[in-house]
Design a protein around this ligand. Sequence first.
Ligand code: ZN
Length: 405
Amino acid sequence: MKYSILILLISLLASCGNKKSSPVAGEPHQNEIEQNLGFFDSNKKLAAAKLGSPYYSAIRNCALQKLGEGCTPEKVPLLGMKGQEINTKFVLENTIVSHDFLAKNFEEYLNHIDNKYLFALFASVSGIIISDEISASFYYTPTGMIYLNASYLWKTQEEYKKLIFKKDGRYSRDERKKVFTDWDFVKDNKTIYSSYSKKERTISDIKPVLTRLLFHELTHANDVYPINEFDTLDKSKSYYELRTSRYENKEMVSRKIVYPETKKAWEYAIFLIYGELETPESHEFSIEDFYSDFVPNIGIIFYSYITNREHLAMMMENYFMLFTEHFESCTYGKFRENNEKDSQIFWFQKNRILQTNILLEARNAIELMLPTEMAGELNSMNTVFSLETHENIAPDSERQFCKNY
Ligand SMILES: [Zn+2]
């Protein structure tokens, strides 16, 4: 009963102030996308990342269509439908940018990537847009493209100053949250953000953070259009129509996998993300609830509970980062009495993706999402890393986990 009320509230919220229902109702990152819809309203400069690209005008024509009426696989095919090898040059030919240096830096990044799985995932998008007017990054169903925030791709202060960033709406955190999750990735005792916040950055500084983002956003695209299923798509239909029917017919990967399910954690997660849905019982979540509802379940962090699509993306970014890039994930259970600064870690897990029930579901998702041979190869990879869990960590613990706190 409560589920249906919450779902009704979410859909009401989505249509708030807008008589027509939102083009992204129920989509991953719906809130963030709605803050970015203004991006689609003006005719802005978006240049080809690769001069002379034969795909530029088709991608440019579709990229700013809010409802994506003209965006069909016939007019703007998914990259994997074009019969080309997906390499740096081809990805760039399918990329458009707000500033020329973003293309140059993206090219350098792609040249630094030695990861055939990441390149394979690009098959399921119809284009890549990089602009400083996008914040945060997202996959957009009506166009079939990913929209990336330019903050991932400046190297020098000179470049940074050319970008006019939009505020990222996600960080207006609700201070009433008591129990929450946090996460990070680490390799060689360095977290992915340790050199990311430098004033002058090399591609090596940027690479892990951007790679994590790409695994996440590209998973959203591969969820809708697994590479194996391109032949089954009616290419005259718009991406929006295709997505709608694939969702309703449970053809998307995220509709086939197990969703983290406990009512209490689900309601609490909804409160964390959609604070507006406050009801007295929806934001009570104790540390005991965390141990009984969250820990044994298959959600990577609370964010995984928002939708099955987000759950899939969180599992996949952890899986790809560990098995193909050897970044260990760190998941924290944190408690705060008053505000973020006072928060303390009470639970910590390294490589939560290796928890048996999560690992089995991640492997299942890989099989549903990637071509058989590639999925088999990836799922049989071994890693020297292991699952490590610490419970009931004393507030004054001297232990250092993924990074210093
Ligand atoms: Zn997402």
